[in-house]
Design a protein. Sequence first.
Length: 77
Amino acid sequence: MSIAKIAVSIDEKQLKKIDFYVKKHVFKNRSQAFQISINRTLEQLEHDRLTRECAKLDPKEEQELADIGIDEDLESW
């Protein structure tokens, strides 16, 4: 995996918090803190998207479709 270097603007107060956790060895360095934070944010966005899409499903319709599949499997057994 290649890594790109970027410039980021951040609030001074947030930067001090990141530096605090780097000093406490929670993160190896600032870059790792940003990488982990961004990865978690992206994962949460994907999870939220999946949750929204699942909420669109009709449980009764999904059960009916599942039952059709089971009926077909039973016939073949």
